[in-house]
Design a protein around this ligand. Structure first.
Ligand code: PEP
Ligand code: MN
Length: 338
């Protein structure tokens, strides 16, 4: 349930509501809105007596939440959430933010060349995996901490926000030390211990949808992170597995308006994992912006043919530049900018 305070309710009244919530054995999350404060009650409150809270001074009403997720739900917060990226760049505002870079960090030259190029062409974030979740144990597993150091070096030179994957609970402090945004990959969307750990640290999280997860499961995964205290979550649709073979994954673009309908969290599209084909990336970027995506995360490589991972879906610097020009026109048509 959520406890909607009257506008003008005092700090004392809010504190009292919090105290009662805790006495019920539940947790609270206080959301200070522009007009009024809302206290989201976290935990299984289905059998709790709402009327206890209804009569408290300063309370306007107590509303049950219908969605199984709460913090992530539009029912708790109507306004769109804005997640910080770096400096004053944010995801969820008017500007569609572009995060670009290689699938994996491979070496200094590869990363810096790509970082400089995408920055020049308008990206705000730099992607690049240092820890890679590979299907085969014999495939390139990523550079580990050395890769993180290179990402930090690229940030220092370009000012791009570093977005990189964390695969395990024990990697969280290390990755959080270097990254501006922790990426939780599709294969880890229901690694609940990892979600909790990401919720207990302060860096924003880019959560990818599992390749066979429903949107409800996706939002419940976001809820894990948020219920631990980290509200800076971006939802990333990266395609789901279907019977289809002409693409690596089926990019479910309807997820953009649907997630915006039920949640206040920003939505980012990954057209690279989402199609698996470099020649489909440009169109899907344009479609994503038209559908209202708040950000794009795109694989760009200085030499896709020789990429150690995901070369077939990586676009060149030149293709990235053309795509940026195209999405600027689309963004303007839907009252956004890119
Ligand atoms: C990636 O971004 O390179 C990646 C492995 O993504 P996903 O978790 O969506 O497969
Ligand atoms: Mn990849």
């Amino acid at each position: 349930m959520i406890v909607v305070m009257k506008s003008g309710s005092t700090a004392r009244q809010i504190e009292h509501v919090v105290k009662l919530v805790r006495e019920m054995g539940l947790k609270e999350h206080v959301i200070q809105g522009t007009e009024r404060t809302v206290v989201a009650v976290i935990g299984n409150d289905r059998f709790k007596d709402r009327t206890v809270l209804e009569t408290v001074d300063g309370v306007e009403r107590v509303v049950p939440i219908l969605a199984p997720y709460k913090m992530a739900s539009k029912e708790v917060k109507k306004e769109r959430s804005i997640v910080p990226l770096i400096g004053d760049a944010r995801v969820g505002g008017r500007k569609v933010q572009v995060i670009a870079g290689p699938c994996s960090v491979e070496n200094k030259q590869q990363l810096l060349e790509t970082a400089r190029a995408v920055k020049e062409l308008g990206a705000t974030g730099l992607r690049g995996g240092a820890f890679k979740p590979r299907t085969s144990p014999y495939a390139f597993q990523g550079m580990g901490e050395k890769g993180l150091e290179l990402l930090a070096l690229a940030r220092e030179e370009t000012g791009l926000a570093v977005v990189t994957e964390v695969m395990a609970v024990e990697q969280v402090p290390l990755v959080a030390k270097y990254a501006d945004v922790l990426q939780i990959g599709a294969r880890n969307m229901q690694n609940f211990n990892l979600l909790n750990a990401a919720g207990e640290q302060p860096k924003p999280v880019l959560l990818k949808r599992g390749m066979s997860a429903t949107l409800e499961e996706f939002l419940l995964a976001a809820e894990y992170i948020m219920s631990k205290g980290n509200s800076n979550v971006m939802l990333c649709e990266r395609g789901i597995r279907t019977y289809e073979e002409y693409v690596r994954n089926t990019l479910a673009l309807a997820a953009v308006p649907e997630l915006h309908r039920v949640s206040h969290l920003p939505v980012v599209i990954d057209p690279s994992q989402g199609t698996g084909k470099s020649y489909l990336v440009d169109s899907m970027c344009r479609a994503a912006v038209a559908a209202g995506a708040d950000g794009l995360i795109i694989e760009v490589h200085n030499d896709p043919e020789h990429a150690l991972t995901d070369g077939a879906q990586s676009i060149t610097h030149q293709q990235f530049g053309e795509m940026m020009k195209a999405i600027r026109r689309i963004a303007a048509a839907v009252d956004r900018e890119a």
